[in-house]
Design a protein around this ligand. Sequence first.
Ligand SMILES: Nc1nc2c(ncn2[C@@H]2O[C@H](COP(=O)(O)OP(=O)(O)OP(=O)(O)O)[C@@H](O)[C@H]2O)c(=O)[nH]1
Ligand SMILES: [Mg+2]
Length: 225
Amino acid sequence: MLKTTPVDHTENRVICERVIFLGDATVGKTSLIQSFKSNGSSYSNDYKMTTNVDLTPKEIKMSNAFIPEMPTNDMTVDLLLIECPGQSIFNQRDWNMKVCSRKCGAMVCAFDISSRKSFQNCTEWIRAFQSEGQKVSPTPLDDLILVLVGCKADLRDETEDECKDIRCHIQADEARKYAHDEFGAEYFECSAKNRDGVDAPFEFIATQIIRHHLDSKDSKDAATS
Ligand SMILES: Nc1nc2c(ncn2[C@@H]2O[C@H](COP(=O)(O)OP(=O)(O)OP(=O)(O)O)[C@@H](O)[C@H]2O)c(=O)[nH]1
Ligand SMILES: [Mg+2]
């Protein structure tokens, strides 16, 4: 079982956290995770659907250039990336939510910027996760780090000329406003294909995890002093 493992105060710390990935089939969840995991060296145009809950461990080192309040020069966050299949035949949603929402520190809901349907379905994915998380997760929902990711950003440039109707694809401003107004979430855009913006959502999540960790340590210290 994953747990926070504090080391000596002056040394780097390793914090473990689970991050669940949800969203419609083919939006690009596996490609995003694999691109991040391989530092950009893994991308395939072929679609291999995820048929089971997929687990990918990945370590991310954050320096205090990102987080000045860190007591050491850098801290390591061990992320366990958990992808739920988007295809409904493989996604026994209630079961997946029950299992995966346990002890999750962060949730990424992904959509394809060229598919309005996949964008609209984010509401359903997030609400389903939140209602299950409410029942089973020890992480209070207020503390859950929620991130919306628009995948396949490269398609916007490609479709712009032929797709005069702006409703064809999702604009960053619209997605950012939706994420913020509906869920108080951050919005990121990326292209696993072009390796653009892939690290940013993970760095944001790791930063927030470290901040939560430092805050909870401060409040524990204050309670015992
Ligand atoms: N143009 C473009 N295509 C992408 C990008 N990311 C993924 N794709 C393609 O989209 C298809 C689906 O990608 P996946 O990452 O397997 O999608 P998924 O969300 O994991 O799908 P499920 O596992 O079925 O839930 C594949 O053919 C990918 O090559 C991207 O950034 N740009
Ligand atoms: Mg997949």
